[in-house]
Design a protein around this ligand. Structure first.
Ligand SMILES: Cc1cc2nc3c(=O)[nH]c(=O)nc-3n(C[C@H](O)[C@H](O)[C@H](O)COP(=O)(O)OP(=O)(O)OC[C@H]3O[C@@H](n4cnc5c(N)ncnc54)[C@H](O)[C@@H]3O)c2cc1C
Length: 220
């Protein structure tokens, strides 16, 4: 799996702090970005996060390029509606090689069977295409383990929400790995904004009730 931060709003922490400054002072637009030291920016960011005033975080966005993940994972990913996606098409792109994801829980002889089943699916897919079936119809035979590529853009407020759901141990391992890699990248660019991001137990109680993984209790 590869998760790459392709683009982000320049100076994201300055922009969020400027928007906050506008909300909480008489400043005019011309001056909103002025006199905002790193400490002052952090002060505004902390204040917004503490108050739950999250709309200023919608002004900054992050675009990730992700490859080597399964269609299972992207099916879960694209359920996040406050995000923009561009995914490699199985209608316009046909596949020659079997690139697929094997869940770590599948081991030994089951892994061998898994590989054979997947390779056989690709062989039949190729046969369908050679016999004139369009890739958009031949793809019906491909398993969900097949790899795909996707470009994802989210604003920071949606990223908070996404990380809350998908960095949690209750999320499936593959999308959790994606989310954790995205969080690592986002933190490099905006460490103050994403300092408390992740599963809800990073900053407070676990909302999962009887489905909790138990990790928050161990921390107490
Ligand atoms: C552990 C786990 C298990 C899951 N299991 C299942 C399952 O079994 N079956 C299944 O179908 N899905 C399942 N999901 C997917 C889940 O139901 C959501 O579709 C997915 O997590 C996206 O979350 P979201 O809707 O909050 O996010 P987004 O779509 O990114 O939306 C963000 C927020 O915007 C607001 N919002 C967005 N659209 C609307 C709207 N139309 N109306 C009102 N408010 C809106 C909501 O506050 C929402 O939380 C699971 C998710 C997780 C994390």
């Amino acid at each position: 799996m590869e998760v790459r931060l392709i683009r982000h709003t320049p100076k994201p922490e300055l922009l969020v702090a400027s928007a906050a400054k506008l909300c909480y002072s008489k400043v005019g637009i011309e001056d909103i970005t002025k006199n905002l030291s790193r400490d002052k920016q952090n002060e505004f960011i902390k204040k917004l996060l503490k108050m739950g005033h999250l709309s200023p975080f919608e002004h900054i966005s992050f675009t990730f390029g992700i490859e080597g993940i399964s269609r299972v994972c992207t099916h879960q990913f694209v359920r996040h509606r406050i995000a923009s996606f561009s995914q490699q098409s199985q209608r316009y792109v046909s596949f020659d090689e079997a690139e697929y994801v094997i869940p770590p829980a599948i081991k030994k002889s089951l892994k061998t069977k898994f590989e054979k089943y997947t390779e056989d699916s690709l062989k039949f897919y190729r046969q369908l295409i050679e016999e004139g079936v369009a890739p958009e119809d031949a793809r019906y035979i491909l398993p969900q383990s097949f790899c795909t590529k996707i470009v994802v853009t989210m604003n920071a407020r949606e990223l908070f929400h996404f990380f809350g759901l998908r960095c949690c141990n209750r999320a499936q391992w593959e999308i959790r790995e994606v989310a954790e890699a995205m969080l690592t990248e986002a933190k490099k660019i905006a460490p103050n904004i994403f300092s408390d991001s992740g599963a809800p137990c990073v900053k407070g109680a676990c909302p999962e009730g009887e489905l909790s993984c138990g990790k928050p209790k161990k921390r107490l």
